[in-house]
Design a protein around this ligand. Structure first.
Ligand code: IMP
Length: 430
């Protein structure tokens, strides 16, 4: 029995899609447990680029089974469109994908509410996919789950009830309530018929797979610093990307998780608003953004860029129980001399080594840097760790020492072969 969790340990966009795809080859099943179509996982496979938002990245690996767990919020339209798009590009989905009947559905009014808040002064720079309002309904016990969506009478009654509850807030959108209601029911029969064969008791499927000694890989969306509980609140997403979220978001118990691989870029990026202690502007950030194509997969927004931050990473490692790391985009740093890494913060004259909780403090901290030698050349050709320039190897070894965690994987490019495996990530098959 082995369950491996792959989590982002920064603010999302760490390159999890590629790592999941790489490790997914040795998995039997790949599952998502939180988030929705706010995610953007770019995978280069067979020379072609795929941007996945809702469906697990493992779907690109023929024969692997994929699960969308109960902790995910699912837009029926996004589900339909993403599957159709993948099928048009030759990916076979039927019989390989299961969707939890307990997952909550995102409906058009969630998207309107998300946009409304972004535009009316309460914005945090969301992806505007309706994620926050859908999770709000879940917590408020107003949510509509896949099992409800599949029953026309139940669905209709719940939608009408929710529109009544949300009427006052929705009245401030430019779109009349009647039009929003029509949008919710537009195409409903088709979307329902489409979703029906995928719906399943996914907790049972996952547990039975573990009982049969199958390998499960859990794929987080976003990252630890966007976690609702441990991130830079309130500039966070509305779910728990940290590994603890796997249990509630998929229906397997904590005793069944064997390892947690944290994925970090060799530097830091963030999209959306909120504190970012090591953020850079000027030539270095421009260089990294262009060389590393640092533009959001879901929204196309330019990502904010900063140096690697060990204070932030230590927090993410601690709350996620991370057992090993994958360091991505090391190749992007080539050509920058020297490199800096944040090892502590200074807060109102005091040196601190823990990420502060207070929202004001998170904005006010100043990074304390150590300077390391930069490296040059085309790292993307390296296939073994020894192929990397000495200073690049030193950078990785220094991070390992400081974080007291092994860097099991180093990624030096987008495609799969540009991956250096330094030590086994999966536990041995029993
Ligand atoms: P939401 O998840 O759309 O509600 O957005 C909340 C915050 O999470 C915003 O700062 C978004 O930019 C950020 N966010 C959501 N999904 C991703 C992602 O996949 N990568 C990076 N940031 C994300």
């Amino acid at each position: 029995m082995s369950a491996l969790v792959v989590v982002g340990v920064q603010w999302g966009d760490e390159g999890k899609g590629k790592i999941v795809h790489y490790l997914g080859r040795s998995a039997d099943c790949i599952a998502r447990y939180q988030g929705g179509n706010n995610a953007g996982h770019t995978v280069v496979f067979g020379g072609r680029e795929f941007a996945l938002h809702l469906i697990p990245s493992g779907i690109l690996l023929p024969k692997k089974k994929c699960v969308i767990g109960n902790g995910v919020v699912v837009s029926p339209r996004a589900f339909f469109e993403e599957i159709r798009l993948l099928e048009r590009r030759g990916v076979r989905i039927q019989g390989r994908l299961w969707l939890s009947r307990n997952a909550h559905v995102i409906l058009p009014y969630h998207v309107y509410l998300d946009a409304l808040r972004e535009e009316r002064g309460r914005g945090i720079g969301t992806t505007r996919k309706g994620i926050g309002p859908c999770y709000e309904d879940k917590v408020a016990r107003l949510g509509i789950r896949v099992c409800d969506f599949l029953k026309p009478e139940v669905f209709r009654a719940l939608v009408l009830q929710n529109l009544r509850v949300r009427r006052a807030e929705l009245a401030s959108t430019a779109v009349p309530l009647s039009k929003i209601r029509d949008e919710v029911f537009k195409d409903y029969p088709r979307l329902r018929r489409f979703m029906d064969p995928y719906a399943a008791d996914t907790s049972r499927l996952l547990n039975e797979a573990l009982d049969r000694k199958r390998r499960l890989l859990f794929e987080s969306a976003q990252g630890a610093m966007l976690d609702l509980d441990y991130g830079t609140y309130p500039f966070v997403t509305s779910s728990n990307p940290v590994a603890g979220g796997v249990c509630t978001g998929s229906g397997i118990g904590p005793t069944r998780i064997s390892r947690v691989l944290g994925v970090a870029k060799a530097y830091t990026t963030r999209v959306g608003l909120g504190p970012f202690p090591t953020e850079l502007d000027g030539a270095v950030s421009h260089y990294i953004r262009e060389k590393g194509h640092e533009y959001g997969t879901t929204t196309g927004r330019p990502r904010r860029i900063g140096w690697l931050d060990l204070v932030q990473l230590r927090q993410a490692i601690r709350v996620g129980g991370v057992t090993q790391l994958a360091l991505t985009k090391l190749d992007t740093l080539a050509g920058i001399h020297p490199l800096k890494v944040c090892v502590a913060y200074r807060l109102r004259g005091r040196r601190i080594v823990d990420f502060p909780e207070g929202r004001r403090d998170q904005f006010d901290v100043e990074p304390v840097y150590e300077t390391l030698s930069g490296f040059s050349g085309d790292l993307s050709r390296a296939r073994r760790f020894m192929d990397l320039p000495l200073a690049a190897r030193d950078y990785v070894a220094w991070i390992e020492r400081r974080l007291r965690l092994p860097v099991a994987i180093v990624s030096v490019g987008r495609s799969e072969e540009k991956t250096i495996l330094r030590r086994a990530v999966w536990p041995r098959r029993a």
